[in-house]
Design a protein around this ligand. Structure first.
Ligand SMILES: [Zn+2]
Length: 175
C-alpha cells in the first residue's frame, strides 16, 4: 500500500457510519460525532479547535439535506448543512477535505466572524481563502498531487478566472 493509498484508506474509515438511512425523506439533523467517526482524533481538526475539539464536535449539529450541491455552514447559528446526494455519491477524499474546510468556517463562526461578507466576491473573501488554505495544507499532507488538488479546487459553478484567482491565493500551481 502506498502512502497515499494508506491516507485515503484512513479517510474512508472516518466514514464508517455512512450510509445510514441517508435516503430518508426530509432533512435530518444529527450530531457531527454521531455521524463522522474519530474526527476529533484527526490532527488537522485538532489544529482548528485545539483543546475544544471534542466539545465543539460533540455539539455541532449537522443537517443532512436534499439541497443541491456540497456543504456549507449556516450563517445564522453555525450548523453544518450537507447535501445527502454529495455524501452518497461524492468522492470521499473531496468530502473529507470539504469537511476540513467547513470546520474552519465553524471555528470562524464561533470566533464571531462574518462568514458571508458581501463586500467580497467568494474567491476573495478572507474567510474562504483561510479555509481553502487549510484544506490545501491537509491535502498536501495526505500526499495529493498538485493536479489532484487543482481538481479539488475546481468546481463547476466557479468561472475560470475565479478558479485561477483562488488557486493563486492558496499557492496551488495550475499546469
Ligand atoms: Zn467556504
Amino acid at each position: 500500500m502506498t502512502a497515499i493509498e494508506y491516507a485515503v484508506f484512513r479517510i474512508l474509515r472516518l466514514f464508517r457510519k455512512l450510509p445510514f438511512n441517508v435516503l430518508g425523506i426530509g432533512n435530518q439533523k444529527v450530531i457531527f460525532t454521531e455521524y463522522f467517526k474519530d474526527f476529533e482524533k484527526v490532527d488537522a481538526v485538532k489544529g482548528i479547535f485545539g483543546e475544544k475539539t471534542g466539545e465543539v464536535l460533540s455539539h455541532l449539529k449537522v443537517e443532512l439535506s436534499w439541497i443541491f450541491g456540497y456543504m456549507y455552514v449556516d450563517g445564522s447559528d453555525g450548523h453544518l448543512v450537507i447535501s445527502k446526494g454529495y455524501l452518497n455519491t461524492g468522492n470521499k477524499t473531496d468530502i473529507y477535505l470539504d469537511l476540513i474546510h467547513e470546520l474552519c468556517h465553524v471555528k470562524q463562526f464561533l470566533d464571531g466572524r462574518e462568514l458571508f461578507d458581501p463586500r467580497y466576491d467568494y474567491v476573495d473573501r478572507p474567510t474562504e481563502i483561510e479555509a481553502y488554505r487549510y484544506a490545501v495544507q491537509e491535502a498536501r499532507r495526505l500526499g495529493l498531487s498538485e493536479d489532484r488538488i487543482c481538481l479539488y479546487l475546481r468546481t463547476e459553478w466557479m468561472g475560470e478566472g475565479d478558479f485561477r484567482r483562488l488557486a493563486k491565493s492558496v499557492n496551488v500551481l495550475i499546469r
